[in-house]
Write a protein that binds this ligand. Sequence first.
Ligand code: AMP
Length: 212
Amino acid sequence: MASIMMAMAETAKTFIHYNDQYMIHLILFGPPGAGKGTQAITLVEEFKFKHLSTGDLLRAEIADKTALGLEAKKFIDAGELVPDATVIGMIKSLLERLESVKGIIYDGFPRTVAQAEALDKMLASRQESISGLLSLEVPHDELVKRLLIRGESSGRTDDADISTIENRISVYSEKTQPLIDFYTKQGKYHPIEGIGSIEDISGRLISAVKTL
Ligand code: AMP
């Protein structure tokens, strides 16, 4: 009997997960250098979700020299966060214009409790909600090492020097890490070991998504 119940529960999960009616909203979380961008690409291939990276969106605004981009550049170059109202506005307008997708992977958003609250509100108005927060856990020294290596080829101003990198990591600890508590209270926090080969980490993430 128990195994029938378990099988039914499993089927229900799969149904919810893949049914077009239910849109998945997945947050790929972690400090700078945790591998969010790299892993988002694999998750997009695997699940055909839409990748939504606020960092990429902001860099595109900078490249296009828009007013928003010019304003955001000051914060990004200093390793600080762009004001909440700016990024919340960007996500809001994207959600309003969203074509039909099975799910969204948020990469680099939300980064503050105010952003998480705003996202919850936006989704609630669509009768939707966050499915889970997958948090890549990587020790501090490994983050710095990865970012310095990435800085050699990324051309990103905020990867270029150690003090900006250290500032980004401390901004993460102060303003972004509290989100772990925020989503733990909602029963949505899933820690994932972010050390090892890219394939191993992808495997852990894919398994975690399948349990949501
Ligand atoms: P990322 O590509 O996610 O590492 O983001 C690069 C930079 O863009 C960050 O260091 C911030 O300055 C800015 N940024 C990206 N996403 C956000 C966000 N959700 N809130 C505030 N600033 C952001």
